[in-house]
Design a protein around this ligand. Structure first.
Ligand code: GLY
Length: 324
């Protein structure tokens, strides 16, 4: 059995490529890195890689992580600037004996030394978003100004299983739009943004990093799978419990969306928001995008994205932007 699952529709092209690789016996790690790089390279996705939205100083700072489920090796970069594929730098770091999590200038020095491609990651389109957001924020009263993960788009997080039973997980993100310089969310933080153990399975998160980290939620989902839960049971129970706890202790919960796969290729997803999508492919399932819906009792279910939804998605992403 092999498979790959990822947060958001934006992962579809990447996981399709990865699925072909897995079918031809590629490793989970290679397939996953290929899939995440495809998202990083597509300039119309404004929360990952090239075209990602900048921080409040108009600089694109990217976070990424990689974990090998066979060895538990970890690598991560935080607030890295001007490198095309942070996930590849993270994977390279996972092969180091120590110094696996580097941020800012240290991460850039390492990436440069190891020959990774340099690139100015701020596009004209992202600059227009930045400008328009400033115009919109300046029109609001100061108490209404709030940072939120960019609607409908956030971290790409993935878990993959190959035919040898090896698993890997990885994330990549530009984090919150208009974040403070140097701000890190959950995505590069092992246990929060991702976790994988080939003896059990893996999980990865998207949403508000500050709240996802309060539950170390990816580790928590893997822990629940280890205790016997299916990926779906683990995702649903962990998301519901963290959502409830945050509301009880802090009166509100940020966006929490999780995907998971176990070492049998079974998968699951849970979210506390409307409009979440994810993409999955296994030996028995062609690459498919699902939308998470809620019934009248608040119980979530998955619906395959229609052709119309898919067309509309790409049209919206690539529509011309007007400088306000
Ligand atoms: N989940 C991405 C972030 O909070 O940066």
């Amino acid at each position: 059995m092999y498979g790959i699952i990822a947060t958001w529709r934006m992962a579809l092209e990447g996981i399709s490529e990865a699925e072909t690789m897995l079918e031809h016996d590629a490793s989970a790690a290679d397939a996953l890195e290929t899939a995440i790089r495809a998202v990083e390279d597509f300039e119309y996705y404004k929360s990952v890689g090239y075209g990602g939205l900048p921080n409040e100083d108009e600089e694109v700072e990217l976070d990424a992580a990689f974990m090998d489920g066979d060895t538990l090796s970890i690598g991560a970069v935080g607030a890295i600037k001007d490198f095309a594929n942070p996930v590849s730098v993270a994977r390279c770091l996972s092969k180091e004996p120590v110094n696996n999590f580097l941020v800012g200038a240290g991460a850039e020095k390492y990436a440069h030394k190891h020959g990774f491609e340099r690139k100015n990651m701020l596009t004209d389109r992202a600059r227009t978003h930045y400008h328009n957001r400033l115009v919109e924020e300046n029109q609001k009263a100061s108490q209404d100004r709030e940072l939120k993960p960019y609607a409908g788009h956030d971290t790409v997080g993935m878990v993959a299983l190959d035919q040898q039973g090896s698993m890997a997980a990885a994330t990549s993100t530009s984090g919150l739009f208009m974040k403070k310089a140097g701000r890190l969310g959950d995505s590069p933080v092992i246990g929060s943004g991702l976790y994988v153990d080939s003896e059990v399975g893996g999980a990865s998160a998207t949403g508000l990093g500050e709240d996802l980290m309060k539950g170390c939620i990816s580790y928590e989902i893997v822990r629940r799978m280890k205790e016997g839960m299916t990926p779906q049971e683990a995702c649903e129970s962990a998301v519901a419990e963290l959502d409830e706890k945050l509301k009880k202790k802090r009166s509100k919960a940020g966006d929490l969306s999780l995907i998971a796969m176990n070492n049998k290729g079974e998968w699951g997803c849970a979210t506390n928001i409307k409009g979440f999508s994810f993409a999955v492919a296994t030996e028995n399932l062609k690459p498919t995008v699902y939308l998470v819906q809620f019934d009248e009792n608040g119980k979530q279910y998955f619906e395959e994205a229609s052709e119309e939804w898919m067309d509309n998605y790409m049209k919206t992403r690539t529509a011309p932007l007007i400088w306000k």
